[in-house]
Design a protein around this ligand. Structure first.
Ligand SMILES: [Zn+2]
Length: 231
């Protein structure tokens, strides 16, 4: 009974492990997305600021043009033209800056899209698996309590000393019970002292293997009989 519960618990742990590793992957993707989105966001803000600059400067260009039209002396004309050229250069610089920003962030924008797609795929896989595994876990839990359910009443019937020894061994070795059919312990494979083996065979005794200390009893060998059915 305890061996079956143990196997079920191992299976449960394995299923939960699968879910956890998927959740871990999602977490890593989310962290990457946070960083990349922040980079893209900062670039977008910078880009926006540059556009505002360009708009302001375009208005100043209009202003300088009017000045140029109104200029009466050569000095005024030259000054207005220089102003215009200067402004146009500043606008070009900002346009170049925007192009550079777009080029620099293109790869990150693509990476964000790829990561988002991967995140979606794993989320869906996780959702599907969670459903599956939840069903399995519920069933395993039910099996487990069913298997373990009668345990308490059995424990009550055992001598306290024997049960304590059983629990100690189970804690230390995983399994507490061994059998012998041929004079060796089926858990540690060591030969039992012949006298002990004979006593175990003769009477329904509970002893301990002297090598691994497991509680050992004699189990008659199962004779394999071939049955040929003729209908
Ligand atoms: Zn043994």
């Amino acid at each position: 009974m305890d061996a079956e519960v143990k196997a079920l618990e191992e299976q449960l742990a394995e299923e939960r492990g699968v879910l956890n590793s998927l959740r871990e992957s999602l977490k890593r993707l989310e962290e990457r997305l946070t960083i990349d989105r922040a980079t893209v966001g900062a670039a977008d803000k910078q880009r926006n600021d540059l556009h505002i600059d360009i708009r302001t400067m375009t208005q100043q260009v209009e202003h300088s043009r009017e000045k140029l039209n109104r200029s009466r002396t050569e000095r005024e004309t030259n000054a207005a033209q220089r102003e215009l050229e200067e402004l146009r250069k500043l606008i070009r610089d900002r346009e170049d800056e925007i192009t550079r920003l777009d080029t620099d962030t293109a790869a990150i924008r693509t990476a964000v899209e790829t990561t988002e797609a991967e995140h979606k795929r794993i989320s869906e896989e996780l959702a599907a698996k969670e459903g599956d595994i939840q069903l399995k876990v519920t069933k395993l839990e039910a099996d487990k309590s069913e298997r373990g359910g009668g345990r308490d009443s059995i424990v009550k019937r055992l001598p306290a000393v024997l049960y304590r020894r059983y629990e100690q061994l189970r804690g230390k070795r995983g399994t507490a019970i061994a059998q012998t059919t041929d004079g060796t312990c089926n858990k540690c494979n060591m030969a039992l002292p012949p006298q002990l083996y004979h006593r175990l065979r003769r009477e329904p005794l509970i002893e301990q293997c002297q090598m691994c200390n497991r509680i050992i009893y004699f189990s008659a060998p199962v004779s394999v009989t071939e049955v040929t059915k003729v209908d």
